[in-house]
Design a protein around this ligand. Structure first.
Ligand code: PGA
Length: 238
């Protein structure tokens, strides 16, 4: 695992967006693993800007998102479907069949996990996976203490995750307590992983992640074993 320290959130976002653009320039039909959250918002804004200059840039990629809340339909304003439309999909030339996100409103979340995992495998796996990190060390919604070999599965959200994300919901009781997430086993198979983390609220999670030991209490620490993972952080996160 390599670590790169840049000045601030803006330079981290620019660097990460460039990694994604370079990946797509090298391989137009790349499978991109995408993340949601505050951290990658500027990355998407840059990619949208660059695709306005080169409209076919993303036309052949497939995208697979990390996760979705159980119970939220794609139209729900707090769903990750909605986030992806707002920040990326509605602004770039990429057909609907090529965008993949687990359906939070499926009648059977377990079946949806199996279907989603098969979709990723049928695409040949992920070429570049973009990740953020939770303040509790989660990646996707792989919460502390979970088995590190799991594939896409339904998970209970950790108390810390509930606390961190509840601000995005109108009422506390609207926040789902379960999610569908790619498992660590799925994420770890990505050919390349780029994790971005900025701000002092990520310091503790990053310290645990880079401690030198793999600890299920900090799921991101598994990335220390990945052959092609880069962690890009700003000074505030150090
Ligand atoms: P954030 O979330 O970008 O909103 O901090 C990151 C994560 O939970 O993975």
């Amino acid at each position: 695992m390599q670590c790169l320290v840049l000045e601030d959130h803006q330079s981290v976002s620019h660097y990460v967006a460039k990694q994604i653009r370079d990946q797509v320039t090298r391989k137009a039909d790349s499978v991109l693993g995408l993340a949601t959250g505050n951290t990658p918002e500027q990355v998407y804004a840059l990619l949208v800007k660059w695709s306005a200059e080169d409209p076919a840039l993303f036309s052949r990629v497939h995208t697979v998102n990390l996760d979705e809340y159980v119970g939220l339909a794609p139209e729900h304003e707090n769903s990750y479907h909605h986030y992806m439309r707002a920040h990326f999909f509605s602004h770039v030339q990429i057909s609907k069949e090529r965008m993949h996100i687990p359906r939070g409103d499926s009648p059977s979340a377990e079946q949806e996990c199996n279907r989603y995992e098969k979709t990723i495998q049928k695409l040949g796996g992920i070429d570049l996976q973009l990740l953020g990190i939770g303040s509790n060390g989660h990646i996707g919604f792989n919460e502390p203490g979970m088995a590190l070999r799991m594939r896409t599965h339904v998970t209970d959200l950790d108390d810390r995750t509930l606390r961190d994300n509840v601000r995005l919901f109108k009422r506390q009781e609207d926040m789902p307590t379960k999610a569908i997430t790619m498992g660590i086993g799925t994420i770890f198979q990505a050919k390349r992983i780029v994790l971005m983390a900025t701000g002092k609220q990520k310091r503790e999670a990053l310290r645990k992640m880079m401690s030198g030991t793999v600890d299920p209490r900090c799921p991101a620490s598994i990335l220390q074993l990945h052959p092609n993972a880069t962690v890009i952080v700003d000074r505030a996160a150090l």
